[in-house]
Design a protein around this ligand. Structure first.
Ligand code: NAP
Length: 244
C-alpha cells in the first residue's frame, strides 16, 4: 500500500518541534504541499533549511483573531493536523486557573478555530477533506498530575466526534489519535523522572515509550483515502496501555 498526497495541501499546527515536525516532514515525503505552522520562527527556519519546499507560517494560536486571519489567507487546505498543544503538569488540588485557561485556549479553542476556517473553505468549494486531531492517552486513562491536560484532551475527543458528525456530512472526515508517551520535548515535562518513567513503561505491554514516527504513520493513514470509511474514531497509539 502506498500513500500519495500529490495535489493536496496540508497544514500542520505546532510543526516546529516533536511530533508535528515529524508529521510535516512525512507528509512532504508523500507528495503533499505542506504548510508548517508554529510560533517560534527559529524552528520554522530550521525546518525550511531541512525541507526547502516546505512552506511555513509563524503565528501564535493563542490569539484567536490573528491566527484565524493568518490561516484564512492560506487559501484552500485539504488536510489538517491539529497538533499544537501545551502541557503543564500539576496536582488536581493545586491546578491553577491561569494554567486551565492557557491549556484550554491552545489545546482546544485554537483547534476549533483552525478547523472552522479549513472546513468552511472546503464546504464552500464542495471539496472533501480530512482532519486529524492529536489527542492523548491522557483522555482515556487517569494519569497523575495531568488533571487539566487530560480535560483538554477529553474535550478534543468529544469535539472530534461532533466535527465528524457535522463535517462528515460534507465529505470531511475527522479523527483523533491518542498517543502514549512519545519521546519529545513535551514528554520531558511529565516523564523524565526515572520512577515515573518506570511506572509507565511497566504498564505499556510493548514496554517502551513511542517515537514521533510511530504517531506520524497512523496520522498519514487517517488523512489518506486509504482510511475513506474511518470517521469519528479516537485511535490509541499506546503499545496496549489502554487495553489493560
Ligand atoms: P512539543 O515537542 O512541545 O511541540 C509542540 C509544538 O507546538 C511546538 O512546536 C510548539 O511551539 C507548538 N505550539 C505550542 N503552542 C503553540 C501556539 N500557541 N501556537 C503555535 N504553535 C504552538 O510537543 P509534542 O510532544 O510534539 O506534542 C505534539 C502533540 O502530541 C500535542 O498535541 C501533545 O499534546 C500530543 N501528545 C504528546 C505526547 C508526548 O508524550 N510527547 C503524548 C500524547 C500526546 P513552541 O515550542 O514554539 O512553543
Amino acid at each position: 500500500m502506498e500513500i500519495s498526497f500529490k495535489g493536496k495541501t496540508a497544514l500542520v499546527t505546532g510543526a516546529g518541534k516533536g511530533i508535528g515536525r515529524t508529521i510535516a516532514a512525512e507528509l512532504l515525503k508523500c507528495g503533499a504541499d505542506v504548510i508548517a505552522l508554529s510560533r517560534t520562527q527559529a524552528d520554522l527556519d530550521s525546518l525550511k533549511e531541512e525541507y526547502p519546499s516546505m512552506r511555513t507560517l509563524c503565528v501564535d494560536l493563542s490569539d484567536w483573531e490573528k491566527s484565524r486571519d493568518a490561516v484564512t489567507q492560506l487559501g484552500q487546505i485539504d488536510l489538517l493536523v491539529n497538533n499544537a498543544a501545551i502541557a503543564i503538569c500539576e496536582p488536581a488540588t493545586d491546578a491553577k486557573p491561569e494554567d486551565f485557561d492557557a491549556m484550554m485556549n491552545i489545546n482546544v479553542k485554537a483547534l476549533l478555530n483552525v478547523s472552522q476556517v479549513i472546513a468552511k473553505g472546503l464546504v464552500e468549494k464542495g471539496l472533501p477533506g480530512s482532519i486529524v486531531n492529536i489527542s492523548s492517552q491522557a483522555s482515556m486513562a487517569a494519569l497523575d498530575g495531568h488533571v487539566i491536560y487530560a480535560a483538554t484532551k477529553g474535550a478534543i475527543d468529544s469535539a472530534t466526534r461532533v466535527m465528524a458528525l457535522e463535517f462528515g456530512a460534507k465529505g470531511i472526515r475527522v479523527n483523533s489519535v491518542n498517543p502514549t508517551v512519545i519521546t519529545t520535548a513535551m514528554s520531558l515535562v511529565g516523564w523524565s523522572d526515572p520512577a515515573k518513567k518506570a511506572w509507565m513503561t511497566e504498564r505499556i505491554p510493548l514496554g517502551r515509550f513511542g517515537d514521533p514516527l510511530e504517531v506520524a504513520y497512523p496520522v498519514l493513514f487517517l488523512l489518506s483515502d486509504k482510511a475513506s470509511m474511518i470517521n469519528g474514531v479516537c485511535l490509541p497509539i499506546d503499545g496496549g496501555f489502554t487495553a489493560c
